[in-house]
Design a protein around this ligand. Structure first.
Ligand SMILES: [Zn+2]
Length: 322
């Protein structure tokens, strides 16, 4: 099946934020409710922070970290620990990680990120309009030191050492329209924008109907979901990529793994995975302190660029778990 190879590596030395504020209006794919979200610049070392602006006079901050994940049932949901949550964060997180954005404040006036067209393209278009800004602070990475594997029935997810960030995603659906698809790629901003960001959410008509009867998927439509039936793809416009399905799974995985809090130096392989498996693998990684370490880039940019070009290992410091 389709297989994308891409080998350039993207390992910048300084932290990055979005250059200016961008705004979106839409509906949540699950709650069907209107919502506005805006992404603005964040200071060095703040990471990605969601702010529920509709909760209290100051809003409620929810850092985009794996420890804040409270559900992975239909989408990835972050919780404040006090009953406030923000759901369906994965496509927005994928766009931020795809562009290498380390710090951003995401203000949202409801509990679910708008689905927009079901892909990350609207976020990408907006970020490209304003651009990104390099900060002076050196970038921190999480380096995978040994393989960490999670098996869950027919599903498998594994992080292993790699000097860059590679995705190796396989899906296998009995539906003839999908079948078995694999994507292997080194993820750079260029690759993300052209090869992953436009891949849309997909679902089977019988599952969509089940969701509707349970009060979910209320915002799902052919405007934001590739819908499949026994006869194939229902959407008249067809697919954006011939293997759009595995590309969307790669987009989701990138967004879910962004909850590590720092970019990962490693390879992520998943077979028949999804949000739950992505989260389980991150959790397994952080549960094994000998399996990873922080890597802080040197403060001086010239030195770091030279070290990377020469293939010299960047300095590693022991985990100072936060
Ligand atoms: Zn998705």
């Amino acid at each position: 099946m389709a297989n994308s190879a891409h080998t350039a590596r993207y390992v910048p030395t300084r932290q990055v934020t979005i250059a200016d504020r961008v705004e979106f209006d839409g509906v949540g794919v699950h709650n069907g409710s209107p919502v506005s979200v805006s992404i603005g610049p964040g200071d060095s070392n703040t990471g990605i922070v969601f702010v529920r602006t509709d909760c209290g006079p100051m809003g409620i901050d929810i850092p985009a970290r794996f420890k804040k994940v409270c559900s992975t049932e239909l989408c990835t949901v972050l919780g404040s620990g006090t009953g406030i949550s923000v759901s369906t964060i994965e496509h927005l997180m994928s766009a931020l990680r795809g562009f290498g954005i380390d710090n951003a404040i995401v203000e949202i006036d409801g509990p679910e990120v708008p689905v927009l067209d079901g892909s990350a393209e609207p976020f990408v278009d907006a970020i490209q309009q304003v651009g990104v800004r390099n900060l002076d602070a050196p970038r921190r990475y999480i380096r995978v030191l040994r393989p960490i594997r999670v098996e869950d029935g027919t599903r498998m997810g594994e992080l292993s050492p790699h000097e860059g960030f590679e995705l190796d995603i396989t899906i296998d659906f009995p539906s003839k329209a999908i079948g078995r698809q694999q994507l292997i790629a080194e993820v750079t901003p260029e690759y993300f924008v052209s090869e992953l960001s436009r891949a849309r959410t997909f679902g089977f008509i019988e599952d969509v109907e089940k969701l509707w009867s349970n009060g979910y998927g209320l915002g799902a439509s052919l405007e934001n979901t590739v819908v499949l039936s026994d006869g194939g793809i229902i959407n008249q416009e067809g697919l954006r990529y011939t293997d759009e399905f595995v590309r969307h799974k790669a987009l989701d995985a990138l967004g879910d793994l962004a909850l590590a809090g720092y970019p990962i130096l490693g390879r992520y392989r998943s077979v028949c995975g999804g949000h739950r498996l992505n989260h389980q693998v991150l959790k397994a990684l952080f549960d094994a302190p000998d399996a990873w370490t922080y890597v802080d880039m040197p403060a001086r940019r010239e030195k770091a660029a030279g070290a990377i070009a020469a293939g010299v290992a960047v300095p590693a410091f022991g985990p100072d778990v936060s």
